[in-house]
Design a protein around this ligand. Structure first.
Ligand code: GRF
Length: 276
């Protein structure tokens, strides 16, 4: 169970979603640069440790150093920004010893910064959305870990669109955090078992996923630590193609490969049932 700290500046509705839908992680701290942030009260009422200092009064450096001490004290393993309205300093990001994530209300790399909904409407976009990304020194610039698309309706205002995107944020953020906390095998298993007719078994001692007795994906935990997802979709010949996972696997792409492999292996009746 990974220990998560959430940083907020205001109402904290995303923080509440992270708490309510926690799976594979636990929110152990809610911290804020704004002592009167409504989200802090909600967290305290739900038995979660809170911490706040008025950043404008104490200064950014002192505030960040105090947060670092709190993270250390509570053995925090992931930091999730949720409506935290300040840029973290390069010194903070260098010192923090764990992943830092953020949720942003646009389909990054579109519309970094503020007023995302008004900008999407003004551009005539058909879709808006939200993104969970790793935090780097660049504003809203780190690797995107997950996105949800939300249609823009005729007559939408920035407020009506924001409300629809916010509902998508509340589903996306806990899901991405849970995925980040999974092992690679758990991640593959979740992707494969979501595809109709998939059964988990073993082939050559490796966890293997098959549809209608046709194996199409497996996991190879290698002794040198360079784990692989392997896919196979050439019928009885069973030639496996390895996808090395590396340090920061692109799971969106890997899940797509697994789904394609399923599509090439599944009988027509299951394809009609729809895989993805
Ligand atoms: C959300 O739209 C989030 O994407 C953005 O700031 C807003 C925060 O809302 N970063 P809340 O405090 O989580 O309710």
């Amino acid at each position: 169970m990974k220990r998560v700290a959430v940083l907020i500046s205001g109402r904290g509705s995303n923080m509440q979603a992270l708490v309510r839908h926690a799976r594979g992680y636990q929110v152990v701290l809610v911290a804020s640069d704004t002592p009167e942030a409504p989200g802090l009260r909600w967290a305290a009422e739900h038995g979660i440790a809170t911490f706040s200092l008025p950043a404008p009064t104490v200064g950014k450096t002192a505030f960040e150093q105090a947060v670092l001490r709190e993270l250390d004290h509570r053995n925090v393993q992931i930091v999730a920004l949720a409506g935290y309205m300040r840029l973290l300093s390069p010194a903070f990001l260098a010192a923090v010893a764990c992943p830092v994530l953020n949720i942003h209300p646009s389909l990054l790399p579109l519309y970094k910064g503020l007023n995302t909904h008004a900008r999407a409407i003004a551009a005539g976009d058909t879709h808006a959305g939200c993104s969970v990304h790793r935090v780097t020194e660049e504003l809203d610039g780190g690797q995107v870990l997950g996105q949800s698309r939300v249609p823009i309706a005729p007559g939408d205002t920035p407020d009506s669109l924001a409300a629809r995107v916010l509902a998508a944020e509340h589903e996306l953020y806990p899901r991405v955090l849970t995925e980040l906390c999974m092992t690679s095998l758990e991640r593959l298993r979740a992707a494969a078992l979501a595809l109709p007719g998939t059964q988990e078994g073993e082939r050559d001692g490796l966890p293997t996923f098959a549809v209608a007795d046709q194996p199409y994906a497996q996991f190879h935990a290698r002794s040198d630590g360079r784990d692989e997802v392997r896919i196979c979709n050439d019928g009885p010949g069973e030639t496996w193609t390895a996808i090395p996972l590396g340090e920061d696997p692109d799971w969106t792409w890997i899940e797509d490969q697994v789904a394609r492999s399923w599509e090439l292996s599944a009988p027509a009746a299951l394809l009609e049932a729809g895989g993805r």
